[in-house]
Design a protein around this ligand. Structure first.
Ligand SMILES: Cc1ncc(COP(=O)(O)O)c(C=O)c1O
Length: 379
């Protein structure tokens, strides 16, 4: 047996192990009413984004050609970043290729060996990976448990202390107690980083997120905003001080050592920001629809955590989640099962993203189908 054959055999056995536990993932094209993507505001397919991108393609090269530091910088990125900074309510902003890259680069650049980081147990993988790359000591606190976070800060510390949280949690659909976190950070000489991936486009007057909505920008070192979810495009940015931006340009490995995004991304994001500015009703409608779905589920005895457009339906085992996914798919809904390692074992779920294009009556029908399928299973 050659090493290659041995490795292929090991892969096959590991994949069939996953399949036997109901944990194998396969790529599947979208089909049915989209309750799975994060295109909350329905902007991904908005013709205004497409036409701005087409226009920009006339002026810009298709590819940036290099990293921002090596020939890939463009005026359109500079203009966008000024816009992103004022949108986010901060002095500066730096664009990254994705939220994953922004989180990894930011945490790796801010933290180092000898520093302490407090991380909510349900933080996104990109935050976890950035912490790993930094080499900082990590304390994971139970979800939203600030008492536990405070207790972890009681021991003597050397180096910097950073608290990291999502504002809207991507799989729970609940919110971090940002005001309390800001107060805790101030009391304990710690810095606070807030991932607004699922709040951007949905909260605050400008729709930049919960930090804006709660007016706590001054208590936060940096926020991360994604362009691929509610904004309907791609990319992400870190908003913070100009010194932080300059530091990231020098030290964030996922910024320095990667080719710049397509310049037309900037045009798409500018178009999204224009729409957010003109059409505040979009986010309001999504919140109304989310409340409608939650109420419809509750009437049928189906509880879901949180109060945001992310509505999780916890069912427990991978098999139960897959069965619900299949039943919903047969009823015409594209809502996906989420299983470990994305969520902790025993908390498999269907994660619903309430989206503007989905009519109210389909949300009602979703609740009744979910309840029918779950009831039929229990029987
Ligand atoms: C909380 C959170 N942060 C960061 C990301 C990464 O963003 P992106 O998809 O742009 O890489 C995601 C989603 O993927 C997320 O849910």
């Amino acid at each position: 047996v050659t090493p290659l054959e041995a490795y292929e055999a090991a892969l096959a056995s590991s994949l069939s192990g996953l399949a036997s536990q109901g944990l194998l993932r396969r790529l599947r094209l979208p089909a049915g009413i989209d309750l799975a993507s994060n295109d909350y505001l329905g902007l991904a397919g908005d013709p205004r984004l497409a036409s701005r991108v087409r226009e920009a393609l006339g002026d810009e090269p298709t590819g940036a050609g290099g990293s921002r530091l090596l020939g890939g910088h463009r005026e359109i990125f500079e203009r966008l970043e000024q816009r992103l900074a004022s949108f986010s309510g901060s002095p500066s902003a730096l664009l990254f290729g994705s939220g994953y890259l922004a989180n990894v680069g930011l945490l790796q650049a801010v933290l180092g060996k000898g520093d302490l980081v407090l991380s909510d147990e349900l933080n996104h993988a990109s935050l976890i990976d950035g912490i790993r790359l930094s080499g900082a000591r990590k304390v994971v606190y139970p979800h939203l448990d600030l008492r536990a976070a405070a207790a972890a800060l009681a021991a003597p510390r050397t180096g910097r202390t950073v608290i990291v949280t999502e504002s809207v949690f991507s799989m729970e659909g609940d919110r971090a107690p940002l005001r309390d976190l800001v107060a805790l950070a101030a009391e304990q000489d710690a810095l606070l980083i807030v991932d607004e991936a699922h709040a951007t486009g949905l909260y605050g007057q400008r729709r930049s997120g919960l930090v804006e909505e709660l007016g706590v920008r001054d208590g936060v070192l940096a926020t991360i905003h994604t362009g691929g979810k509610a904004l309907g495009a791609a990319g992400a940015w870190v908003a913070g001080s100009t010194a932080l931006k300059d530091h990231l340009v020098n030290r964030a490995r996922t910024f320095v050592f990667t080719t710049a995004p397509l310049p037309i991304l900037a045009a798409a994001l500018e178009a999204s920001l224009d729409i957010l500015g003109m059409e505040g009703w979009r986010a309001e409608e999504v919140h109304r629809k989310a409340a409608l779905l939650r109420a419809a589920l509750q009437r049928r005895g189906l509880a879901s955590s949180g109060d945001t457009p992310i509505v999780p339906l916890l069912v427990g085992t991978p098999e139960a989640a897959l069965a619900l996914e299949k039943g919903l798919s047969e009823a015409g809904f594209d809502a996906r099962a989420v299983r470990p390692p994305t969520v902790p074992p025993g908390t498999c779920r269907i994660r619903v993203s309430v989206r503007l294009p989905v009519p109210d009556h389909e949300l009602e029908r979703f609740a009744s189908e979910a309840s029918r399928i779950l009831g039929a299973e229990a029987a």
